[in-house]
Ligand binder design. Structure first.
Ligand SMILES: Nc1nc2c(ncn2[C@@H]2O[C@H](COP(=O)(O)OP(=O)(O)OP(=O)(O)O)[C@@H](O)[C@H]2O)c(=O)[nH]1
Ligand SMILES: O=C([O-])CC(=O)C(=O)O
Ligand SMILES: [Mn+2]
Length: 589
């Protein structure tokens, strides 16, 4: 039975059902009883496996198809009327053409299956900043993941009332055919269509599809920003909590930074880090003129490999109940899960992510997929911020950009002002990871970590950042860039990373509150080596100085690479950014 009388919703569902032809339609009301029944059903069909309920209560394992393990950027489209509005970094097709192409793929796709109707909210239900969506899917796995990642159910429909203002999402697994896989966004229609995939980033439509690609368009039109950013609060020994938002590309450390545990001597002094969000931030100018950030999500869809009791005990603790694991190792001895980097004891009797028998003590092959994930409730996180459910979010003092750069980028630098900071974000580059299909370890430009997620022309997006800076004026957050991934000649990381990153965040926060000095360099302001606390880090002063060092020749090459990248944007490139590039070049000479 329908859970709403909203005509716009009911008519759309009728239309989608007529096309996909499901045997039944089930509305997700958000009740635990309904979700539990779906879990049992998914276990009966093998879609989920129930794990050891003593060690991992409420936890389940799922495997995707072997050719469906990451976001597919080459099959992701932005379908606005004019190609120039999608820009050179997005795949584009005219909406009418794309609708026509998709129609046969969806026609009859749910025959013999059930269509689930998931009403969901990005943000606290009823808050003025929340936005609502409805996802139609034929996958129980999607329903159960959405119920962790977003707020779902009747309350969302009640808050929506009879408004037509919601984002439509249609997902069908179809044949899981990679040749006919499409992740498509129609910004003018607030519509998302995903077909032939069952991997989270492609099918949990509230996440990248809505909260970034569609929301970035809404933000442009409505004067706010949707960003691929974690949000965290840093409590200093005086008890003050200051917030920052940080954009790193996929699999470059957002979840880890968001849940950071301070080094021992920081803890002794009273430092604490609070997690508000680990992947997406919606940022608005508050009544006080400052920039406020809220996390529209309700859970974490985190990278499993590398997560362990030392690197990220908070993330690990978060995954110990109510979590769905995808494409990790199933340890048959005690019915738990394992992944590379969890500990040094890979299980002997296990099943790998492909579903094959696997013996971790002898196998040369990885047991978990490098992009295997956990879907865990945010409330499980031991350091979840008391402001997590605050409808207005938290005030942001610093914005931090970062990526994986083996050489060029120093450990940290501060931009000269907002405009220069936008430039710093626009020139971000990072070595690619397993979070998207394609080669790993290749340097690519990933402006503001939004290359795969910006729903419109990237140069217009940069202009939007510049415009936001004008509105914020002297209340704008300070903008920084970090790089935890610099390596020595043998390819070893020079910086310990993880909890030790707080040493850098401390300097960043002090800069925002005029409590620390800096050295001016051609690329921006860097810390004096003595202003980074190294006590207990295992890093010596010489190494730190190396981490902060600039190679002018390398940066001049970088200038050329940036110019070539900027050329792609033609006349739309904001004048301010080309001026910033020339100014950087002049300072380097
Ligand atoms: N060397 C080093 N590795 C790190 C650090 N932080 C995270 N990593 C590794 O980077 C990988 C990805 O980290 P995450 O925190 O999951 O990345 P993310 O940005 O949240 O990724 P998405 O969920 O794809 O957006 C993991 O294998 C981590 O172990 C760090 O400070 N130093
Ligand atoms: O969307 C996904 O698949 C996971 C994610 O957070 C990212 O890739 O940034
Ligand atoms: Mn992400």
């Amino acid at each position: 039975m329908a859970l709403t009388e909203n005509r716009a919703v009911l008519d759309w569902i009728d239309e989608m059902a007529a096309m996909t032809q499901p045997d039944a339609i089930v509305w997700i009301d958000g009740s635990e009883a309904q979700l539990e029944a779906l879990r049992s059903q998914a276990c009966a069909t093998g879609e989920l496996e129930k794990l050891n309920q003593e060690k991992l209560p409420g936890c389940y394992l799922h495997r995707t198809a072997v050719n469906d393990v990451a976001r597919v950027e080459d099959r992701t489209f932005i379908c606005c009327e004019k190609q120039e509005d999608a820009g050179p970094t997005n795949n584009w097709m005219a909406p009418a053409e794309m609708y026509a192409r998709l129609k046969p793929l969806y026609t009859g796709a749910m025959k013999g299956r059930t269509m689930y109707v998931i009403p969901y909210s990005m943000g606290v239900v009823g808050s003025p900043f929340a936005k609502y969506g409805i996802e139609l899917t034929d996958s129980i796995y999607v329903v159960l993941n959405m119920a962790i990642m977003t707020r779902v159910g009747q309350s969302v429909l009640d808050a929506l009332g009879d408004s037509p203002d919601y984002v439509k999402g249609l997902h069908a697994k179809a044949e899981l055919d990679p040749e006919r896989r499409y992740i498509v966004h129609f910004p003018q229609d607030n519509t998302i269509m995903s077909v032939n995939s069952g991997y989270g980033g492609n099918v949990l439509l509230g996440k990248k599809c809505f909260a970034l690609r569609i929301a970035s368009c809404l933000g442009r039109d409505e004067g706010w920003m949707a960003e691929h950013m974690l949000i965290l609060g840093i409590q200093n020994p005086a008890g003050e909590v200051r917030y920052l938002a940080a954009a790193f590309p996929s699999a470059c450390g957002k979840t880890n930074l968001a849940m950071l545990i301070p080094p021992a001597h920081y803890q002794e002094k009273g430092w604490k880090v609070w997690c508000v969000g680990d992947d997406i931030a919606w940022l608005r100018v508050g009544e006080d003129g400052r920039l406020w950030a809220m996390n529209p999500e309700y859970g974490f869809f985190g990278v499993a490999p590398g997560t362990n009791a030392k690197s990220n005990p908070n993330a690990l603790a978060t995954t110990r109940r109510g979590t769905i694991f995808t494409n990790v190792v199933h340890n048959l001895d005690d019915d738990t899960v394992w992944w590379e980097g969890l500990d040094k004891n890979p299980p002997e009797h296990a099943v790998d992510w492909k579903g094959n028998p696997w013996n971790g003590t002898v196998s040369a092959e990885k047991g978990a997929h490098p992009n295997s994930r956990f879907t865990a409730p945010a409330k499980n996180c031991p350091c979840i911020s008391p402001e997590f459910e605050s409808p207005r979010g938290v005030p942001i003092s610093a914005i931090v950009f970062g990526g994986r750069r083996a050489r060029t980028a120093p450990l940290v630098y501060q931009s000269r002002d907002w405009e220069h900071g936008v430039f710093v974000g626009s020139i971000m580059a990072s070595e690619t990871t397993a979070a998207a299909t394609g080669a790993v370890g290749v340097v690519r430009r990933d402006p503001m970590a939004m290359l795969p997620f910006c729903g419109y022309h990237m140069a217009d997006y940069w202009q939007h950042w510049l415009d936001m800076g004008k509105v914020l004026g002297d209340k704008a957050p300070k903008i920084f860039n970090v790089n935890w991934f610099r390596t020595d000649d043998e390819g070893r990381f020079l910086w310990p990373g993880f909890g030790d990153n707080l040493r850098v965040l401390e300097w960043i926060m002090k800069r925002c509150f005029h409590e620390a000095d800096a050295v001016e360099t051609p690329i921006g302001y860097e810390p004096k080596a003595e202003d980074i606390d190294l006590e207990g880090s295992g890093v010596d002063r010489a190494t730190l100085e190396g981490l902060l060092k600039l190679d002018t020749a390398m940066w001049l090459d970088e200038v050329n690479a940036i110019r070539a990248f900027y050329d792609k944007f033609g006349a739309k490139l904001p004048e301010t950014l080309s001026q910033e590039l020339s100014a950087l070049e002049a300072r380097l000479h």
